[in-house]
Ligand binder design. Structure first.
Ligand SMILES: *[C@@H]1O[C@H](CO)[C@@H](O)[C@H](O)[C@H]1NC(C)=O
Ligand SMILES: *[C@@H]1O[C@H](CO)[C@@H](O)[C@H](O)[C@H]1NC(C)=O
Ligand SMILES: *[C@@H]1O[C@H](CO)[C@@H](O)[C@H](O)[C@H]1NC(C)=O
Ligand SMILES: *[C@@H]1O[C@H](CO)[C@@H](O)[C@H](O)[C@H]1NC(C)=O
Ligand SMILES: *[C@@H]1O[C@H](CO)[C@@H](O)[C@H](O)[C@H]1NC(C)=O
Length: 438
């Protein structure tokens, strides 16, 4: 119990013993008396690749790191081969609590060390570049991570977690990621996903929210989530259960591992209030982990299994048959001249697309602001793509469809809170006030 001695007693009673002490404890740092209720990270979009990026600080002394955000990624991985210098780097010793927590069964030696990423008698995992679908093996380690706290309205003081578990990637694994990015921030639901680790380090609930936009934001911990002019978006969310895919969807994994990605239970799809006729088997996750619906930040547009894709594009075109079409622009099929469309508060007019969830009254409604992609001047196309006949997952909701939507992932309660487009609430994800009041 000595490890808890830095905490006031009432705090100790409140949190109980649910955390792994070796990783969960915020040590005596200059900020040790301050306990944030939530943390905030910026989320920007790289114009060349479209990837969502964030920035946090790691190591001693702290180094700011740009990372590609991977909503379904298993953990934080960074390139340890170039310029990794830190006095607080600790490789995870085989059979240690860190290896256990990470469920790493690989134990190894390394000949050209010792150095970060190369030490003897350490356990390893498989960092994934989910953009290029490349993975490698890398040493598991811990180091300091520093992030700004928040009251939900502004960023506050910087707080640090002394032992955040991550995996060492290699320089080649960065290929295909945005320029100047040094790794990926995995926000998956597993025990070493960033959300669970930050929650454990600062004793707040295992929940986080992402709000993607040109200057978007990620919150870890408790709401409110306030966007100018004073809209607390957390008060106006619709909830749906999250499902666990029993088979890992990672590039490499140990047999028996579950997926850490976020799956929701889409039961049917409506276009312009009419239900599409689709094979409902495709919407369920089977025992081999095929089928179902997940949310991803690594695909640019929502990807649909072929028969679902065909039903959606046909229904969309039919519902909008009065509007003249223009020649299609690959990979899209239904395109319009935007000058003949006009505009509304929630983007260009479009038949609404509803992802119907646990019951008919719960649906995620997609408006024109999230259904179209501008492919060139005056040309807007329905921004969904064909995923082929036997994709692993039937529906992968991509970046275009979640822009300016706030999504709250409550891992502890296994539910997703979603806002639909924030334009209806007269705000956007770029309206978080990043002016620090620390
Ligand atoms: C690991 O051990 C091997 C032999 O047991 C040794 O040759 C090598 O230098 C060691 N590597 C490190 C990083 O300590
Ligand atoms: C529905 O999809 C499943 C899974 O791909 C397939 O096995 C089944 O034959 C399909 N049913 C129909 C009626 O097309
Ligand atoms: C769209 O419509 C405008 C006005 O009718 C026309 O000038 C323009 O050439 C059209 N663009 C395309 C790509 O069809
Ligand atoms: C809550 O969200 C709905 C749907 O997005 C919107 O129509 C409504 O105006 C919002 N309410 C408030 C108080 O912002
Ligand atoms: C943003 O936050 C800062 C610090 O709290 C405050 O001074 C400023 O007025 C806010 N900006 C707006 C537009 O409300």
């Amino acid at each position: 119990m000595a490890v808890f001695s830095t905490f006031p007693l009432h705090f100790f009673l409140l949190i109980g013993l649910i955390f792994t002490p070796s990783i969960a404890i915020a040590q005596k740092t200059p900020t040790s008396s301050f306990r944030p209720k939530a943390l905030v990270l910026p989320l920007t979009q790289d114009s060349a690749t479209g990837q969502y990026m964030t920035q946090l600080s790691q190591r001693t002394p702290l180094v700011p790191l740009k990372l590609t955000v991977d909503l379904g990624g298993q953990f934080l991985w960074v390139d340890c081969e170039q310029n990794y210098k830190s006095s607080s780097y600790r490789p995870a010793k085989c059979r240690s609590a860190v290896c256990n927590l990470a469920n790493s069964k690989a134990c190894g030696e390394c000949n050209d060390g010792p150095k970060p990423g190369c030490n003897n008698n350490t356990c390893s995992l498989f960092p994934d570049n989910s953009v290029t679908r490349t993975s490698t093996i890398g040493e598991l380690a811990t180091d300091v991570v520093a992030v700004q706290s928040t009251d939900g309205m502004n960023p506050g003081r910087v707080v640090s977690a002394p032992r955040v578990v991550f995996t060492c990637g290699s320089t080649f694994l960065l290929e295909g990621l945005a320029k100047r990015v040094k790794g990926m921030a995995g926000l998956g639901r597993g025990p070493i996903g960033l959300p669970s680790q930050l929650a454990a380090a600062f004793s707040f609930p295992r929940k986080f929210a992402i709000c993607p936009g040109s200057n978007g934001v990620i919150f870890f911990g408790e709401s409110p989530y306030v966007f100018l002019p004073g809209r607390d978006v957390s008060k106006n969310l619709t909830y749906t259960p999250l499902f666990i895919n029993p088979v890992s969807t990672a590039g490499s994994f140990f047999q028996g591992e579950k997926s850490v990605e976020y799956f929701i239970g889409v039961k049917s799809i409506k276009v312009g209030e009419k239900t599409l006729s689709i094979n409902s088997t495709l919407l369920k996750i089977d025992s081999e982990g095929n089928g179902g619906t997940k949310i991803s930040t690594v695909v640019p547009y929502t990807v649909l299994e072929t028969s679902i894709y065909k039903a959606l594009t046909k229904a969309f075109a039919q519902a909008f048959s009065g509007v003249p079409r223009v020649p299609k622009v690959a990979p899209f099929e239904v395109c319009f001249n935007s000058t003949s469309l006009g505009s509304t508060r929630v983007g260009p007019p479009a038949p609404v697309i509803d992802l119907v969830l646990q019951n008919p009254s719960v649906f995620w409604r997609i408006f024109g602001s999230n259904s179209y992609v501008q492919v060139k001047k005056n040309v807007l196309c329905l921004g969904f793509v064909d995923g082929g006949l036997n994709p692993r997952t039937s529906i992968v909701i991509g970046r275009r469809q979640i822009e300016d939507n706030l999504l709250q992932f409550d891992i502890a309660r296994s539910r997703l809170g979603f806002s639909s487009t924030l334009l209806f609430q007269q705000t956007t994800c770029s309206n978080f006030n990043f002016t620090s009041n620390a």
